[in-house]
Design a protein around this ligand. Structure first.
Ligand code: T1G
Length: 697
């Protein structure tokens, strides 16, 4: 047997064990080992049934993503499944951890499936710009029905073992040792001469939809309505529909063809890039080997405002007790009310049970006494963005927090080093920059201060992953990585308005590009006054937006900003008053307005950001281009199917980016548009940002 697949016997039961850490991905050697072991079991008359299980932390978590895009090698995953399914001996999949993608498809090829408690099953291919490609679109609906199958395939969400049992996807929840339970189950199947149910032969769960096609479209539409611009969801819906229309072998053949098309699709390449970039971003390259952070068993959050409340929910959602501290009982009450309302809204949407809500709220304690942080392993400050206030709070934290506690600030741009200097333990201070709403947005920008210790950093990254975030470690500079790049886009947005565009033109171009919202509508949502006050404090001016603020047009909160909003609605409506203000500004600045097309708008907004990102890499503020992609995809709505700004720049070609930037520099006179040395060098060498790191997928 190949080293990654072991075969042993337990009496008359053959036990096949896959052992390919870390997640038993179905790489070529595993597939070959499986086909060989199954063949052995099939040919050995003394073997009456087979148990397929895995060593390590999980059953097969899918195909090996790093093999995609490379020449396919046989046996394929389909070959493994078509070896199992026709066998005349029962094959039982014994699953634990996260049987996902090709792993669940292999299990669907088995005759029976049992799972350890806590197992989470799923077909997450959609998150990679793919769809199941080894029979999942045909066998899953036959086992759990069309509705559940569409939900699993189009969301990529994992289904807990208990629900999988109820849905018929799992035949038994193991009691005690998984393999022992599976062998006992196999012996019962043999002893009772039970039939060998093959998912491919089952039709009964398709019937309700065969007679009601409209229902199929309704269910599918509920999941695809937010998949604008994505290729995989539509392909997956079409494939599941084949389960109703075509004989299974024809459907399986088409599924494979469609799957291979998606593997070659730029969207999936981009999403696979983000899969690996997200995992790389959590690795701090120069962290001494073996550095371990502290385990955060209890947390505290200073400030119960929108950010503080959202951050507290992150900890409660991960099962970590958290104490929220506020200056006044009134502010505390209003902050906790918002948290409660947030959870109630999730329960109302069916995203959480009432019991789960109560369990999470029970983990949120509160106090107006800073001393309540004494037993916290990590304290995150989330108060108003004012340096003196933050320094006062960190001096208090330094006095009251226990030794070894991590002191984090949620500042989105202030100098973390200056905050750290307010303590006698700057090595324990780190930036943990959450994005609003903090309980929803996945990005966590971890800001490494000059004195931040490796252990503090390791703790922040580990907590970030534990609370379900995509952590990315960055250095200290104004605005860190995300906001520093965003500033370039905001400056250029203003210029486009003065040169001839209107807010709705710019937003239309950016939403067509794939952003969920354009920059001006996003500004209205966040509130235009926040950055206006910052600019005023720094003596800076943005012509158009500052005029709007001087008129009290702060955005949605004043029903007027770049757009006007009708009462109770968040839909932006172009406003003549804004158009007149913009046109008058162009005249006052002697700028002859011109038509600016969508392509130019996109390039004018993105290329300067990419150029600034190259400077950020030159300065070592970010370690890898992929980190910047993760920051923009999970923090700023950059379309994941474009892979982030750096991956996109490589797709466009750095030569073109350089040339356009040079044009922009001439047009605007803005020296920041001069191509940065790194970008210019890579363009000259005909390389991309990807050449700066070793690609994994
Ligand atoms: N292929 C290759 N490497 C993988 C991998 C995979 N499927 N899954 C994980 N890794 C690596 C990962 O890069 C990291 O490496 C390490 O394992 C630990 O991962 C035919 C087409 C299983 C829930 O999409 O969701 O099957 O950084 O840090 O947080 O229809 O990994 O340490 O060097 O994420 O405990 C479908 C993807 C594939 C599952 C574990 N399967 N993986 O989470 O660990 S497509 C997936 C995950 C497919 C078929 C199709 C998670 C996890 P390194 P980790 P984790």
């Amino acid at each position: 047997m190949s080293g990654l697949v072991q075969f042993r016997r337990d009496g008359n039961i053959g036990v096949i064990v896959v052992d390919n850490p870390p997640v038993n991905a179905l790489k070529h050697e595993v597939r070959a080992g499986l086909v060989e072991a199954l063949g052995k079991a099939r040919e050995d008359a003394s073997i009456e049934a087979v148990v397929l299980t895995c060593a390590g932390r999980t059953f097969i978590a899918g195909a090996d993503i790093s093999e995609f895009g490379k020449p396919p090698r046989t046996p394929t995953t389909i070959d493994v499944i078509t070896t199992i399914e026709p066998m005349s001996k029962p094959v039982i999949a014994a699953m634990h951890g996260t049987p996902l993608g090709g792993g669940l498809e292999v299990a669907l090829g088995c005759h029976y499936r049992i799972a350890a408690p806590g197992t989470r099953l799923g077909l997450p291919e959609i998150k990679l710009g793919l769809m199941p490609g080894a029979g999942g679109t045909q066998r899953l609906p036959r086992v759990v029905g069309i509705e559940k199958a569409l939900a699993m395939i189009l969301t990529g969400d994992q289904m807990p073992a208990k629900d999988a049992r109820e849905a018929g996807l799992v035949d038994e929840i193991a009691d005690g040792d998984l393999t022992a339970s599976a062998v006992a189950f196999a012996k019962r199947v043999v002893a009772e001469k039970r039939p060998l149910p093959r998912a491919r032969d089952r039709d009964e769960k398709l019937a309700p939809f065969k007679s009601d096609r409209a229902k199929f479209d309704t269910v599918a539409a509920a999941y695809t309505k937010r998949a604008k611009g994505l290729h995989a969801p539509a392909a997956a819906v079409e494939a599941v529909r084949w389960a109703l229309d075509l004989p299974i072998d024809e459907a399986l053949k088409r599924e494979r063809e469609k799957f291979m098309e998606l593997v070659a699709d730029d969207q999936s390449k981009a999403q696979r890039h983000i899969f690996f970039a997200e995992r790389e971003a959590a690795k701090v390259q120069d962290l001494p080997a073996g550095v371990k952070g502290v385990e955060v068993k209890r947390a505290a959050v200073i400030g119960a405002g929108t950010m503080g409340g959202g951050i507290a929910m992150c900890f409660a959602n991960a099962g970590i007790p958290v104490t929220v501290i506020e200056a006044s009982a009134e502010a505390l009450r209003s902050g906790l009310d918002k948290v409660e309302k947030n959870y109630a809204a999730t329960v109302a949407r069916g995203g959480l049970s009432a019991v789960e809500k109560d369990q999470r709220l029970a983990l949120v304690a509160s106090s107006v006494d800073m001393a309540a942080i004494a037993d916290a392993d990590m304290i995150i400050e989330a108060v108003f963005e004012e340096m003196e206030l933050k320094r006062r709070i960190f001096a208090d934290l330094d006095r009251l927090a226990k030794p070894g506690a991590v002191l984090a600030t949620n500042t989105s741009y202030l100098d973390v080093n200056e905050i750290a200097r307010a303590t006698r333990r700057p090595e324990a201070v780190v930036g943990m920059h959450f994005f609003s709403p903090a309980n929803v947005m996945r990005l966590l920008e971890i800001v490494r201060g000059a004195a931040t210790s490796p252990a503090t950093l390791a703790t922040a990254v580990a907590v970030g992953r534990k609370i379900g975030k995509a952590p990315a470690v960055v250095g200290v500079c104004h605005g860190f990585v995300g906001n520093r790049m965003l500033r370039l886009r905001s400056v250029e947005g203003e210029r486009l308005l003065i040169e001839g565009a209107l807010p709705q033109d710019v937003d239309a171009a950016m939403t067509k590009f794939g952003f969920p919202m354009g920059p001006f509508a996003a500004g209205d949502l966040a509130g235009l006054d926040i950055s206006w006050r910052m600019r005023k404090a720094q003596g800076l001016r943005a012509e158009i937006v500052d005029q709007l603020c001087e008129l009290g047009r702060f955005g949605q909160k004043t029903s007027k900003g770049f757009y006007r909003y009708e009462a109770g609605s968040r839909s932006p409506h172009p406003d003549d008053e804004v158009e007149q203000l913009i046109v008058a500004t162009s005249q006052r600045l002697n700028v002859k307005r011109r038509t600016i097309d969508a392509d130019e708008i996109v390039e004018r907004l993105l290329f300067p950001m990419i150029n600034e990102a190259a400077r950020i890499l030159e300065e070592g503020i970010a370690a890898r281009p992929g980190d910047i992609d993760v920051i923009w995809v999970y923090g700023y709505g950059f379309p994941i199917w474009r892979g982030g700004p750096m991956f996109y720049a490589d797709a466009v070609g750095l030569g073109h980016v350089r040339d356009r930037l040079t044009d922009f520099a001439t047009r605007t006179g803005d020296a920041r548009h001069q191509p940065s040395p790194l970008l210019a060098r890579l363009a000259e060498e005909g390389k991309g940002f990807a050449s700066l790191t070793v690609a994994k997928g």
